[in-house]
Design a protein around this ligand. Structure first.
Ligand SMILES: [Zn+2]
Length: 305
């Protein structure tokens, strides 16, 4: 079973004209996952994350600030490139809630899921919004799996072109979570070097600008996938950003949609071998609308298996 979690509220977060993290991104993804070509998807409306789920990874004061700082109109700025609009708090609650609900379904029924949500999450730290991210959706899902379902090993694979500094930061001292990331370096946010290993639970594979399919696949095949497999995850979460595509305007990697199908299939193999097929993916970046749509469709088709 493959579930698609999304919510109309995720279209109501609008950082303003010209901002790359636009509602059009999610519309493009949902159009690519249309009911004709993806009839097999079980479509589920994302619930809101509750306060306690958010506070497992975020400071209570930070959660309160995000929920209170959406402006009545226009936008308000949290950092250089992270803004809120009137619909942002509700969107952020649904985005994190999607991953929590998908984790529940994965643990209870072995369901796999893709969460087509925004704002993205992997740059948000325990107490700081950054890089277009408000709540760290994948981290909220991982912490929920540990606390509520009692899992002891949760792996997070992050193939967004930017390093998931927030996720790394949140779990750097948590050996029950393995964080494995490929990302362009140098690039925003500047973290993700190979010597950032946390409690032995962080695996970073920085890739130089210009890296293409072959080197990308080799890095996953030789370094990241073996580490995830050796960890023996009971649940595999994915920070699925599609901005390493060659058409993406925010980075300089040279991937194609097919590379996302390839990696997703490899990750699904690991999830089947170790986690009873329990795999939950959530949308992070991807800023060329056509490339994003094609890549997300390739990813979801491969996730179906
Ligand atoms: Zn990104």
């Amino acid at each position: 079973m493959l579930r698609l979690y999304t919510h109309a509220a995720c279209l109501q977060h609008d950082p303003g004209p010209g901002h790359p993290e636009s509602p059009a991104r999610l519309r493009a993804v949902l159009a690519a996952l249309d009911r004709d070509r993806f009839a097999m998807l079980d479509r589920v409306e994302a619930p809101r994350a509750n306060r306690s789920a958010l506070e497992r990874v975020h400071d209570p004061a930070y959660v309160a600030r995000i929920l209170a700082s959406a402006p009545p109109e226009g936008t308000s700025r949290l950092d250089e490139d992270t803004l809120m609009s009137p619909g942002s708090a509700e969107a952020a609650l649904r985005a994190a809630g999607a991953v929590v609900a998908a984790v529940d379904a994965a643990v209870a029924q072995g369901a796999r899921a893709f969460c087509a949500v925004r704002p993205p999450g992997h740059h948000a730290t325990a107490s700081q919004a950054m890089g277009f991210c408000l709540f760290n959706n994948v981290a909220v899902g991982a912490a929920h799996a540990l606390a509520v379902h009692g899992l002891e090993r949760v792996a997070i694979a992050d193939f967004d072109v930017h390093h998931g500094n927030g996720t790394q930061d949140i779990f750097a001292a948590e050996p029950r979570v393995l964080f494995a990331s490929s990302h362009q370096s140098p690039l925003y946010p500047g973290t993700g070097h190979t010597d950032e290993t946390g409690a032995g639970n962080l695996v970073n594979a920085p890739l130089p600008p210009g890296t293409g399919s072959q080197a990308f696949r080799r890095r996953w095949e030789q370094e990241l996938l073996p580490r995830i497999a050796a960890f023996g995850p009971q649940l595999l979460l994915v920070s699925a950003g599609f901005d390493a595509h060659r058409a993406d305007p925010l980075a300089q990697l040279e991937l194609a949609a097919d590379d996302y199908a390839w990696l997703t299939t490899r990750l699904l193999d690991v999830a089947r071998d170790h986690a009873g097929g329990r795999m939950v993916s959530t949308l992070e970046g991807g800023y060329d609308l056509d490339a994003l749509a094609a890549s997300a469709a390739a990813h979801v088709a491969a996730l179906f298996g």
